[in-house]
Design a protein around this ligand. Structure first.
Ligand SMILES: [Zn+2]
Length: 293
């Protein structure tokens, strides 16, 4: 599943082969896109940009090619004549320069946009600060988390309009490393915990921007490649820290999998009702005390 770091890496690769080049040919196996994509031929690529999990390719006539990989999509780069690793019928977008062929396979979202449409796009407009920007606006992220404080932190970290880039793997790993209960509402965490989560997620993602498999454990030798994660994908296996069995629970409206150690992260110590009451108390301590009298 592509997360923000994957798209960042994809953008970096595409930038190296496309930026400043002219397209000699463009095509698409999708009939609804074919003629519009083909019309890109002859244009030059000005820049390739990642915003969270969104990829934007800017052309010299201000057209923007927008792709989002969701669960299925991927970009590949080939030399002309090289055999593709996926079937041509899945190529929703093929961009050819004289030296390289960039192919986007199976992306559910491929759109050609004007700059104005980019600004107004429902997936791009409400995006929170990009965690992988050179200097992400951490204060803005914390403000946005504060405004969504009835969400569980597991859902909050994945909500792209609060902060852009975190996917399922980094969510689980970050919460484990910070020893935070994924099901705790944001309001029940203090400012320093929230900031620590945001900075930890960024650090994990930044550490994965180069090549190699995604990992959140760094003390391992190459022989330990199968032990790249603390909790993600490890349901039923012992916690690497305390030995308790790792659990997985579906979370949020999208039912995304969250892996956690119930002991290290103190999961289940408080009921959902307790957490909401605690959150209300934090928001308005005076009123809480009045209610007690
Ligand atoms: Zn544990």
């Amino acid at each position: 599943m592509p997360e923000g770091d994957t798209i960042y890496r994809t953008a970096k690769t595409l930038r190296a082969v496309l930026e400043g080049r002219e397209l000699v040919r463009a095509s698409s196996a999708r009939t609804d896109l074919a003629s519009r994509i083909a019309a890109l031929a002859g244009r030059s690529i000005v820049s390739v940009e990642s915003r969270g999990k969104n990829l934007l390719i800017h052309f010299d006539d201000e057209t923007v090619l927008y792709t989002h990989m969701k669960m299925t999509g991927s970009w590949h780069v080939y030399r002309p004549g090289e055999v593709w690793r996926k079937p041509r019928r899945r190529a929703c977008c093929v961009l050819e320069t004289d030296a390289f062929v960039a192919v986007c396979f199976s992306a559910p979202m491929v759109e050609l946009l004007t700059p104005w449409q980019v600004k107004a796009h429902p997936a791009l407009r409400p995006l929170g600060p990009d965690l992988l920007a050179p200097e992400p606006d951490i204060d803005e992220i914390l403000t946005r988390l504060e405004a969504a404080d009835e969400l569980s932190i597991g859902e909050g970290l994945m909500t792209q309009k609060l902060l852009a880039g975190i996917g399922n793997v980094y969510k689980s790993e970050t919460l484990f490393l910070c020893r935070v209960d994924p099901f705790a509402v944001i309001a029940s965490l203090d400012d320093s915990q929230r900031e620590q989560l945001v900075r930890t997620a960024r650090a994990l993602m930044m550490a994965n921007l180069d090549s190699g498999p995604r990992r959140t454990r760094f003390e391992l030798s190459d022989r330990g490649r199968k032990q790249r994660h603390w909790v993600y994908g490890r349901r039923g296996r012992p916690c690497r820290r305390c030995g308790t069995r790792i659990q997985m629970r579906r979370q949020g409206l999208a039912g995304r999998s969250t892996y956690f150690c119930p002991r290290c992260q103190s999961v289940g110590r408080y009921s959902c009702a307790d957490r909401h009451a605690f959150a209300r108390m934090l928001r308005d301590p005076a009123r809480h005390l009045r209610g007690k009298r």
